[in-house]
Each structure stands twice: as C-alpha cells, then as structure tokens.
Design a protein around this ligand. Structure first.
Ligand SMILES: *Cc1c(COP(=O)(O)O)cnc(C)c1O
Ligand SMILES: [Zn+2]
Length: 433
C-alpha cells in the first residue's frame, strides 16, 4: 500500500500488481452525501454528519463466490468487499472471523420457532467478541494512514481487542474504560501489557474524554479506532453479515436479531446483505432486521416505540455493560434499517438477560455474555408478542463470551450436589440408589 501519511489512504495503490485494488473509492457523508477521499475523518466537513466508506459498484460486482471461497478462513476472505487489507502484508490483525453458525434446534423447539433458528457465535473470535472484526479493519486502516499508535474508548470488548491487536504487532495502545467494568474484561484488557486507563464515569463520559484527547499534540499520531478511523472500523462488522450468508449456502435469512450499543453492528449487517444482493452474489430475498437492547439502556428502543427519527440519550444502568452506550452514534441509522426492513426493537430487564444466557447455554451449549443474553431474551419476547414470524428462518447474534461476565450468573448457577469422596456420600446426595 502506498502511503500518503498521515491522513490519506490510496484507494488503488496496488493497481497493476498481484494484489487486487481496494473497492473503496472514498468516504461519503450519510447525512448530506458529500464525498471525501479515504482520509482519517469520521465527521463531514460540510454538516458534521457521519462518514461511511463508499465503494465502486463495478468492483463489487466483479467479486464472485468462488473467489471468496478460495480465501483464508478469516474475515480477510472478504477483502475484495472491504476498504483495506487486500494485501496480507498490510494487515494488522488477529485474523478473526469464520466463527460457527450453530443450528439451535432445541432452542427453536422451546420457543416455538418452526422456520429454523441459528446462532452466529462470535465468542469464538481471538479475544472472544465480535470486536476483533472491527479492530482488525481499524488497525489496518490506521497503519495505512500512517498512525503509530492505536487507542479506544470502550465498554469492555473493544478494550480487549485493541490491546491484543497492539500486542500482536508490537505497537503502543491506549485504552480507556469506565472504572466499573466487569473483572473479566478488565483482566483481559490488562493482560496484554498495554496502557489501560480506568475512568471514573460512564462510557459516554469516556468517549467524550477521548474525543478531547484526540485533539492534543500527544495523541496526534494515534488512531482512535472508533473515532477518527470509525468509517473503516465500522466496515469490519459487515463480515458478520457476509459469513452468515455464506454459511447458509449463500442465502440471506428472513429474520435476524442483533444487539445494539452504538447501533453500528446492526446497520452493517444490513449493509453487507444489501451489498451481496447488489453484487449478484446472493439473491435478494428480503429480510427483516430486529434490534435488541436492555431495559437499563434502551434509547433506540424508546425512539422506535415513539416513532422518533432522533434518539434521546439516556443514562445507562444494568448488567449488559457492553451495550451500555446512552448516546448511540448510529442510533438513527439503526432505526432506518429496522423500519425499512419491517423489523422491530425489543428491550429486556436484567432477570430476563440472565434467563436468556441460561436458555442459550442449556439448549445449545453456547455460553454467551450478557449482550448475548439480551439478544436471546429479546428473541423470546419478539416471538411471544408476535412481532417475529416463527415460521421464517431466523439468526440471532451472540457477540461475546460468557466467561467475561460471570458476576450475574454466580448467584444463580453452581454445583447441583456436594459430596464427600465416598459412595455413601454420593448415595445420600441422591445420585445413586
Ligand atoms: C460492542 C458490542 C455490541 C454492539 O456494538 P455496536 O456496533 O456499538 O452496536 C454488541 N455486543 C457486544 C458483546 C459488544 O461488545
Ligand atoms: Zn455531510
């Protein structure tokens, strides 16, 4: 990749060489449509609207199933549909992706779903959440844009992934998290030996602080993965949508249930499927996108229920900490995707979230973190209130690993029996006659 660093990424730097060019042709404002080069900006210079990667449709149409299938067992098999990373030598990545799509027949039977149910299990990624997808894109873009360091404001999983990516390639990282995060997420961020800053405040406070830090001289050479390189970061989430389609045999499921924090993942799964259909890689069979939030942090659910286009910020509470973004940057765009596809948003309380985690574990052998509990509990709610069609094929996303959020489970699951090391004791415990 030819660099015009810092600040600009060449769209087709490798033209003529053995590495295919990036299909990205620039950034476009999602609000006013203004276009920009492939630069390190996330807000439109005209209207402050969010910027998104814009692709050359010709190049997207040239991509074939066979070409993808011949690629590596990671997100990089979709490099021809991504803005960066076409040349393996350019990648800053733990090579996440191609996580299991688990058929959940027992959960389907329990919920009365007859159309087929699948769990896309992103706890299988290298740092055990879907964030490895977005960080691989952000860190690769950061390198291409000439940054020496990476940083993030995080609700936990992003912190884990940024620190691990930095450790893998040996660059410094600066991760800022709310001080009250789960011990599992703190330890898994700290273990990589990078800078980890606890902030006495909410995620939204942390995010505001890092926006200010990004403007200082000391952080001039630092890419904030979900801020100045956010357009590239966000594209990583598309790979979850691509994989679901490929793993279903190049089909798009009729319904999908997606947890929402900033709302970015939801918008990008929908974008991935629109791209695959537009490129002729899958048939456009239509799909409905459902969003899941916790009752402790439900600004997008509230906007949906009230028919609002704007999202009113809330102060988050509750156990689903990875989803606790009170002022979701992509909220309006998530609402657009949900409304355009005829989906809905559900919200569930902490007890339902714990039940969702246990239901998924008990019926499929997948142990989800609290965000996965939110999604499974919202699935149950959407079936019960008739908003989700039980006769249509459905995919739910498990975005993180249960071992990271043990606290809410500790009071409710544990040993079923406790015995002395003798048959007599086992007998009196009732395990044998
Ligand atoms: C970050 C995160 C999400 C949501 O991501 P957004 O793209 O911000 O909506 C969902 N689940 C888990 C486990 C996460 O860490
Ligand atoms: Zn604009």
């Amino acid at each position: 990749m030819t660099l015009t660093a810092p600040g600009s990424l060449q769209a087709d730097s490798a033209a003529g060489g053995p590495v295919p060019p990036s299909p990205a042709r620039g950034l476009v404002c999602r609000n006013c449509g203004a276009t920009f080069g492939l630069v390190a900006e996330h807000a439109c210079a005209e209207c402050f609207g969010p910027l998104e990667v814009d692709y050359d449709p010709e190049r997207m149409r040239a991509v074939t199933r066979e070409q993808i299938e011949a690629g590596p067992q990671s997100i990089w098999r979709y490099a021809a549909l991504l803005p960066v990373g076409q040349d393996p030598a350019d990648r800053v990545s733990l090579d996440p992706g191609m996580t299991p799509l688990v058929r959940a027949d027992r959960l389907a039977a329990e919920l009365g779903l007859t159309g087929g149910l699948w769990v896309k299990d992103d706890s299988a990624n290298p740092t055990h959440s879907f964030k490895d997808r977005v960080v691989s894109l952000a860190a690769t873009a950061a390198k291409g844009l000439g940054y020496a360091k990476i940083a993030a404001a995080s609700t936990g999983n992003l912190a884990n992934s940024v620190a691990a990516h930095a450790a893998r390639v040996g660059i410094p990282s600066y991760v800022f998290i709310p001080a009250d995060l789960e011990p599992g997420k703190v330890v898994q961020s700290a273990v990589y030996g990078q800078t980890l800053v606890a902030v006495d405040g909410s995620y939204d406070d942390v995010n505001r602080l890092t926006s200010e830090l990004a403007e200082t001289d000391e952080f001039e050479d630092t890419a904030f993965v979900n801020q100045n390189v956010r357009p590239y970061y966000a594209e990583g989430s598309k790979t979850m949508g691509y994989e679901i389609a490929e793993q279903l045999g190049w089909r798009i499921p009729a319904q999908v249930v997606i947890p929402m924090a900033s709302g970015s993942l939801l918008t990008k799964v929908d974008k991935a499927w629109r791209e695959l259909a537009a490129a002729g890689i899958v048939e456009d069979t239509g799909w409905r996108v459902f969003g899941a939030q916790s009752a402790g942090c439900d600004p997008i659910a509230t906007a949906f229920d009230n028919g609002w286009d704007v999202v009113k910020p809330v102060k988050p509470t509750g156990i689903a900490k990875s989803l606790n973004i009170g002022n979701p940057a992509d909220g309006p765009y998530a609402l657009d995707a949900i409304r355009r596809t005829g989906g809905a948003v559900g919200r569930v309380g902490d007890e339902q979230i714990v039940q969702g985690i246990r239901d998924l574990a008990r019926t499929t052998g997948v142990f989800a973190e609290t965000a996965g509990g939110v999604t499974v509990a919202v699935l149950r709610q959407l079936v019960e209130d008739g908003r989700l069609d039980p006769s249509e094929e459905t995919v739910v996303l498990n975005t993180g690993e249960g071992l990271k959020t043990l606290d809410p489970l500790l009071p409710v699951v544990g040993f079923t029996h406790r015995v002395e090391p003798s048959l007599r004791s086992v007998r009196s415990a009732g395990l044998i006659g």
